[in-house]
Design a protein around this ligand. Structure first.
Ligand SMILES: *Cc1c(COP(=O)(O)O)cnc(C)c1O
Length: 510
């Protein structure tokens, strides 16, 4: 045979020994053991420190114990050690009192799905390579659109997260505005040097990153004023677009945010949609955090303006509670992703039969974005949605919003707390003892220090893991609940500890 003719020593390959292989019986035993340990881990999580205490020296010494693996080690030892280390010392977003940034608690069904997808290891690149998996993924994309009320005739793509989804959206806008030539010419065209992008200062930092990576440059971002509620000021938007047009600039794209990362504010999407339509500007909604709030009757009505967007970013690893990482970009024109990204390299198979399932514009994922080899990430979203249904997500998201509102009410009526904001499932507040002075620079600086110390102490004791932000220049404790494990008792615990720590720290600072 041709194959054996080119092998150096075919006889030694007859019974190949592959150290990576784990025999089915061992796989079964190891898997059972791992699941046992993880079930224990999840059961014990609520009683565990949210942020297990460890110093940089500790971490350094744990890592130093792991010498460079020159040779093989037993599977049980390798898996067991990692399990010991992570179950004892890792921060878990699934902890009922983890509320930092915007990080969803991980759905157990999502964990199973990731394992299943990795084990079957089916490619998610094209119909010709693996028809079933890409068709399942394409259907799941349609479900995402339907879930948030976005037109179902559009296209979309699962990516690693909201940051990449925003980059893809910017690329779509460039293609739509400059035409197909942008693929060859890049931004060298004189028209390209006049493009402007519009976003508020509370837009996510990945918008800046997208402007950089695309070659547009952050100088092209026009910062639109925020109104008193932290939303995009549409009058300012309208004026800036008009002013740019009169000076020969080309408005490229408005990035509105459905749930800002800091405070959860939802920009007035319907008004922005109207301006974009009138001015013929690409309308992108960054709903990485708040897009799925469209499911909830408790979200501001404006959220439904995302239905009118040319492109939308949503992040299943935030409010669909999926294990990271998975983000999603949706767009109205199903062919645009293909036109923007398709390379059609000669070494890839094509297949006409796929028309029945939506054609290459829905199925040829390697030609719809930046990734060629892709994980079958869609499976976790699919199974997660099948497990709870739209109604289950509506309930969980609404509960998260109501818990955040409740925290805001508790803080608002507590004599030692000051409630700042509540939008979607984010509440900001601070500790402010009755005798404190606020309003003066000195008094505010003292309150900032005090609340900073409270946050550090919460993290240090591992009681709760909120993060912080600034509200009108004031340091605020920030609780973002994208966590179906959180209950009201957890928030009451938080309030009790904030006030206990606050009193102790105030005494120390006095
Ligand atoms: C989290 C977030 C992003 C970034 O998403 P990743 O999944 O972390 O890449 C973008 N925009 C908003 C509004 C976000 O909250």
């Amino acid at each position: 045979m041709f194959r054996s003719a080119i092998l150096a020593s075919p006889s030694s390959l007859d019974q190949r020994i592959a150290p990576a292989r784990i025999e089915p019986e061992t796989f079964r035993a190891l898997g059972h053991e791992l699941v046992e340990r993880l079930a224990d881990f999840m059961a014990a999580l609520p009683d565990r420190s949210v942020k297990p205490r460890q110093s940089a020296q500790d971490i350094q010494s744990w890592l130093a114990e792991a010498a460079f693996p020159e040779t093989a080690s037993p599977a049980q030892q390798v898996l067991g050690q990692a399990c010991d280390l992570l179950c004892s010392h890792a921060v878990s977003t699934s902890h009922p009192r983890f509320w930092a940034y915007v990080m969803g608690a991980a759905s157990p069904m999502g964990m199973f799905a990731d394992f299943l997808a990795a084990a079957v290891s089916a490619p998610a690149t094209s119909y010709a390579t693996s028809g079933l998996t890409v068709a399942m993924e394409a259907q799941t994309i349609q479900w995402m659109a339907r879930l948030i009320g976005y037109p179902s005739g559009g296209g979309g793509l699962f990516v690693s997260g909201g940051s990449v989804a925003n980059l893809v959206a910017l690329r779509l806008a460039l293609h739509a505005v400059l035409g197909a030539d942008v693929r060859a010419v890049g931004l060298a065209d004189p028209e390209a040097s006049q493009l402007c992008l519009y976003a508020t200062e509370d837009a996510h930092s990945s918008i800046d990153a997208a402007a950089e990576v695309s070659g547009l440059g952050t100088q092209r971002i026009r910062r639109i004023r925020l109104d008193a509620a932290g939303r995009m000021d549409v009058t300012d938007l309208q004026q800036k677009i008009r002013a740019d047009k009169t000076t020969g600039k080309t408005p490229l794209m408005v990035v509105a945010t459905a749930g800002t990362t800091s405070l959860g504010a939802v920009d007035p999407l319907r008004d922005i949609a109207r301006i974009c339509r009138d001015e013929q500007v690409w309308f992108h909604v960054d709903g990485a955090y708040g897009g799925f709030a469209a499911l909830s009757p408790d979200a501001p009505d404006d959220i439904h303006g995302l239905q009118e967007a040319d492109s939308v970013t949503i992040d299943p690893h935030k409010w669909l509670y999926m294990p990271a990482d998975i983000g999603c970009v949706l767009t109205r024109d199903p062919k645009l992703l293909l036109d923007t990204f398709r390379q059609g390299a000669p070494y890839y198979a094509e297949n006409d039969e796929q028309a029945l399932l939506g054609g290459p514009e829905r199925l040829q994922f390697r030609d719809l974005g930046l990734q060629t080899t892709r994980a079958f990430r869609a499976l976790k979203v699919r199974l997660g949605l099948q497990l709870v249904g739209r109604s289950g997500y509506r309930q969980m998201i609404t509960d998260d919003i109501r818990l955040a509102r409740k925290l805001h009410e508790i803080a608002g009526s507590h004599p030692e707390l000051e409630a700042f904001t509540h939008h979607l499932s984010i509440t900001t507040f601070r500790y402010r003892p009755a005798n404190s002075v606020s309003g003066t620079a000195e008094g505010e600086a003292r309150l900032d220090r005090l609340n900073h110390a409270i946050l550090d102490e919460l993290h240090r004791c591992g009681i709760a893991y909120p993060s912080h932000t600034t509200v009108r220049g004031k340091f605020a404790l920030r609780v973002c609940i994208v966590n179906f494990n959180t209950s009201l008792a957890d928030l009451e615990d938080l309030v009790r500890h904030v006030t206990d720590i606050g009193r102790a720290v105030s005494r120390d600072l006095a």
